[in-house]
Design a protein around this ligand. Sequence first.
Ligand SMILES: Cc1ncc(C[n+]2csc(CCOP(=O)(O)OP(=O)(O)O)c2C)c(N)n1
Ligand SMILES: [Mg+2]
Length: 422
Amino acid sequence: MAPLRLHVPEPSGRPGHPSDFSYLHVSPAGAVRRPPVDTSVPDTGDLAWSLVRVLDDEGRAVGPWAPALGTEQLRRGLRHMLKTRAFDARMLIAQRQKKISFYMQCLGEEAIAIAHALALRPGDMCFPTYRQQGLLVARDDIPLAELMCQLMSNERDPIKGRQLPVMYSYKRAGFFSISGNLATQFIQAVGWAMASAIKGDDKIASGWIGDGSTAEADFHNALTFAHVYRAPVILNVVNNQYAISSFQAIAGGEATTFAARGIGCGIASLRVDGNDFLAVYAASAWAAERARSNLGPTLIEWVTYRAGAHSTSDDPTRYRPADDWTRFPLGDPVVRLKQHLIGQGAWSEAEHDATQKELEAEVTAAFKEAQSHGSILDGHIPPLATMFEDVYKDMPPHLHDQMRQAAAEHAAHAAAAAGGQP
Ligand SMILES: Cc1ncc(C[n+]2csc(CCOP(=O)(O)OP(=O)(O)O)c2C)c(N)n1
Ligand SMILES: [Mg+2]
């Protein structure tokens, strides 16, 4: 008998060795069927193994999932993707210039959050991770400068320096406070959706998780509750092929799919081309309609590629080929929607260039405005008392005491720094 041994998945690419993306199993555009929203869970079994796609290689919208989105909505979608990209690029530079301490971009994944946002309604609640800034950019009522103030933890930071940079919180935009504790978003989304149903409300939840984070127990607990109570929730698994330096097979994506996890738990599941703006919208709308019609949860695996570093603290050239994104079979979501719109006669290279320049100028102006409110570096931070406020409706005595003590120590430090006269 041969000695027992474990299987340790091998990375699909390494620096100097281009990734072999054949493991992805890409269905041709238009090839995957679209069942009615009230289909049974087992009937979605094959959809968890194939890949829903709408845009073909020529940028045409083909097949049963091609959504009825108007040209204006698509143009706006492209604009929002470009805006997110411009914002990310500028903030990356700001971090390198030490104007902000940390940043996380969503380069290559823009279509997912932005097209998904189109399928949600006011009052629905997203439980995002740090890579869904597109949900906020897609809403034109969140000023970029305000997001930047959060990144700088300055006086105008709407959450008063209480969160790390990029951990936004926007109740009015249905954007639940981001938590760095990954996978908690999934149980919270399911719980919120259950509460919505218990109240007899009509709002749905949308939970977000990455491929790597599905290895957390919270992911599986969330699926059980969502299934048992048919919670009105969309369960988004963003498979961007990496969890920092570990590739998706380490979290369990080898020889199966993350969408297949849903089927095993009794949840209707789809595996979708996350770089195809039209497919993202169509699948999101399908799942939203199921949730709104009391047909239960839908798990969607969005197949995409994290084109940038994990965060500004990461250097991906240490663990994967630097030019891998150029070989990724699903391409760049911006280029694909652009090609589609140009094919429709609804966009042009000149308009693209002009829009890009206009958005870069908008981002630059927003950053100038945000910088005018100072930063954590120059001490323009929210007042010390805000650290103690908003914790309880009425501040309990022990927090009052701590607040007074902190204020006294702060004043003594300031006086010492100013020349030693208390
Ligand atoms: C519960 C928990 N474990 C570990 C971490 C450290 N951590 C931060 S990001 C990350 C990778 C997550 O990868 P994935 O879920 O694929 O999301 P992605 O960053 O690719 O969007 C890890 C392990 C964390 N923040 N929370
Ligand atoms: Mg990932």
